[in-house]
Design a protein. Sequence first.
Length: 167
Amino acid sequence: MFRAYIVTVSDSSYFENKKDLSGPTLVNILTEKGYEVVGREILPDDREKISSVLEMLCDEDKADLILTTGGTGFAKRDVTPEATLDVIEKSVPGFGEIMRSKSFEITKNAILSRETAGIRRDTLIINLPGSPKAASENLNFIIDSVEHGLSILRGEKTDCGNMGDKR
């Protein structure tokens, strides 16, 4: 079982106590897929705070997977991808590429999203959009590949070319 941690990045949820809808949506998906959700946190759109939390979670081996939701758009305070890039050791561009591509089939504005992903130590970090609908759709686009990637990070022998009936 993989451990997951969800970080919601939202000024309005952090400062104004606006209800976080995306975090619980992601918890439901992950739980249904057999992940253990070990924590959730709400942070403001602050690059240093986001980077600091991501770094701590990875360096203290708190989770195998960290999903962020929010802060991936064009607004001046949207800095989640930059905060993620500040801490990762390896970039994993495929996740952002496929999420934008599949989302573009739903809405042409998906091209404006800046999700990124990467690895720090043994933890995979993936940025998701902030809306519950977009976060859910995007996670579902990639969840099978996430599990395979996490197995590789754990050092498990896997056949990357063979995904059985998922291929």
